[in-house]
Design a protein around this ligand. Structure first.
Ligand code: RTP
Ligand code: MG
Length: 140
């Protein structure tokens, strides 16, 4: 496996911040050996979220997702490491917390009681191109 030092955008979504899981999520990222490069607490506005989620515009879950993401502060992190883009997504687990594997952030802390799938604690960029685009948005 070739070495590829990358940077990715991790967001602790409003549910993760409200449930005091920011420290636990960062602990898992650091325990894996990834480095924290930058971090901030952000109350995202619609303009930022519309740009961030542009690829999902028009999908049925788009509006509830944006409403949820603006419902409270998020923690934005710039994280660096070898193959960190794919690596963080495997730490996060499957999108739906009810099917995410135990041992993953969503599998261990995601709740299913009446919550919507968008409340899945974290976001991680899904490609080198997305990471560059999203980091430029959140850390302008
Ligand atoms: P993320 O972008 O947050 O890291 O998550 P992901 O790649 O696993 O999921 P993606 O397909 O990019 O969807 C973005 C976020 O939209 C919400 N979602 N809701 N069917 C639904 O109701 C649905 N599908 C997706 C989730 O919050 C997901 O993380
Ligand atoms: Mg995604």
């Amino acid at each position: 496996m070739t070495t590829a030092i990358e940077e990715t955008l991790v967001l602790v979504k409003p549910d993760g911040v409200a449930r005091n899981l920011t420290g636990e999520i960062l602990r898992r990222i650091e325990a894996k050996g990834y480095s924290l490069v930058d971090l901030k607490l952000v109350q995202a506005d619609r303009d930022l979220l519309a740009k961030h989620y542009a690829e999902h515009e028009g999908k049925p879950f788009y509006e509830p997702l944006v409403e949820f993401m603006e419902s409270g502060p998020v923690v934005a992190m710039r994280i660096a490491g070898n193959r960190v883009i794919e690596g963080f997504r495997s730490l996060a687990g499957a999108t739906d917390p009810t099917t995410a594997a135990p041992g993953t952030i969503r599998g261990d802390f995601g709740r299913d009681w009446g919550l919507k799938v968008q409340q899945n604690l974290v976001h991680g960029s899904d490609s080198v191109e997305s990471a560059e685009r999203e980091l430029a948005l959140w850390f302008a």
